[in-house]
Design a binder for this molecule. Structure first.
Ligand code: ATP
Length: 373
């Protein structure tokens, strides 16, 4: 069942929200493309739910305009907007069975012949066999799917999801992430999903807005945010990153060359968030899984041209597909470096002297004048 809808992008123009003297959302400009799966990601209290509620019409913006396509909906009552919301609590009617819950919106609008639409929705969320059950006879994931079906049957232009998987255990959460993504692809409407779980946002969304302190700190596709974070907050919020404070030696061709404790590292110019200048500082980052670890005795076998720093293993833990090493390196003033390595080497135990090395292309540079979060 594909339900391509009319409408357009969700466009937030200068919207903000203040409560008394507290600003929950600073003036925000954001375009959510029609038909995309869009995530608002951030820690508790960063303003993501407030932003979602302003799109829904459940919260009046202090300033700014909300557009759906070309239409200014800022002053439109929530129920008049072509938008539906799924909350973490699901809010199903306990006395109605699954089919009746899903049909609720249509019945309220006086629509009598809704069986086919309800059947389509039951198919979409794969709950055909559960149509006659009451919510308390369903698992959390099944209840969540009923809530999604109940919202989608109204053919909204936009479905807003406020931490809809928050009540589920981890395994079910992971399953439901894929399930929601499948449903979104099938119906083709815009999903705006609020979550504090970076893995969830990365798994599901086409685009992620990372929020911090009421502002969007960075917006982009998951892989781009992960590989090219522009701030320490984004670098640390999306996975683990090794951040090393280094001094800029020179900008050589396309690369910036930095030094940290005697090691020279190369950072591709296009991966530097700020314009580096010789003598200035740069925070150099690399993701743990991009780093290889070699025993110091094997240092001669490392290919030329790779970034490398020396260190000593202080801890290692086997985590299934990989082993995680924590390495103390004088090259980065006792900064711990997390390394995941698929090939296991029996000599790589705590105390071993090692060389960490990686392809310079995987290195990014951040403005050093920010706090390391
Ligand atoms: P969470 O993940 O915990 O729901 P969030 O990122 O969704 O967090 P919001 O619910 O948008 O955060 O809240 C943003 C900030 O605004 C918080 O500091 C919150 O305490 C504050 N806030 C939200 N609603 C109100 C209100 N009605 N009055 C005063 N402050 C509020």
């Amino acid at each position: 069942m594909t339900q391509k809808t009319a409408g357009g992008d969700v466009r937030l123009s200068g919207i903000s929200k203040t409560y008394g003297s507290f600003t929950a959302v600073h003036p925000l400009d954001l375009t959510i493309p029609q038909g995309s799966f869009f995530a608002l990601l951030g820690a508790s209290g960063c303003g993501k739910t407030t932003t979602l509620r302003m799109i829904a019409g459940l919260e009046d913006p202090t300033t700014g305009t909300v557009f759906l396509g070309d239409k200014d909906v800022t002053d439109l009552q929530p129920y008049k907007r072509p938008v539906n919301t799924v909350f973490q609590s699901y809010a199903l009617f306990p006395h109605l069975d699954v089919a009746e819950n899903i049909a609720f919106g249509l019945r309220r609008r006086g629509i009598k012949s809704y069986k086919k639409q309800v059947d389509d929705m039951l198919d979409l969320v794969q709950l055909g066999a559960f149509a006659g059950r009451k919510p308390h006879q369903l698992s959390g994931g099944q209840q969540q799917r009923v809530a999604v079906a109940r919202a989608l049957i109204n053919h909204p232009q936009v479905l807003l999801l406020d931490e809809p998987l928050g009540a589920l255990d981890l395994k079910l959460r992971r399953q439901m992430q894929l399930e929601l993504k499948r449903i979104q692809t099938e119906v083709g409407i815009t999903f705006v999903h609020v979550t504090h779980d970076q893995e969830e946002a990365m798994t599901m969304a086409d685009q992620v807005a990372v929020m911090n302190g009421g502002r969007v700190e960075q917006l982009g596709a998951p892989a781009d945010l992960y590989e090219n974070p522009k701030t320490t907050f984004v670098a640390n919020f999306l996975g683990t990153s090794n951040l090393i404070e280094a001094e800029v030696v020179e900008t050589a061709g396309e690369d910036t060359v930095v030094t940290c404790g005697g090691s020279k590292l190369r950072v591709p110019g296009e991966r530097c968030a700020s314009q580096p200048r010789a003598g200035g500082k740069l925070l150099v980052g690399v993701r743990p899984e991009k780093v290889s670890v070699a025993h110091a005795d094997d240092a001669g076998t490392i290919a030329d041209g790779r970034n490398r720093i020396t260190g000593r293993i202080v801890a290692s833990s086997f985590i299934g597909v990989s082993t995680q090493y924590i390495v103390d390196s004088p090259a980065c003033s006792d900064f711990e470096v997390y390394v995941q390595n698929i090939e296991r080497d029996a000599r790589l135990t705590p105390g071993a002297e090692v060389v960490l090395h990686w392809n310079p292309a995987h290195t990014f540079g951040l403005d050093a004048d920010q706090d390391i979060d």
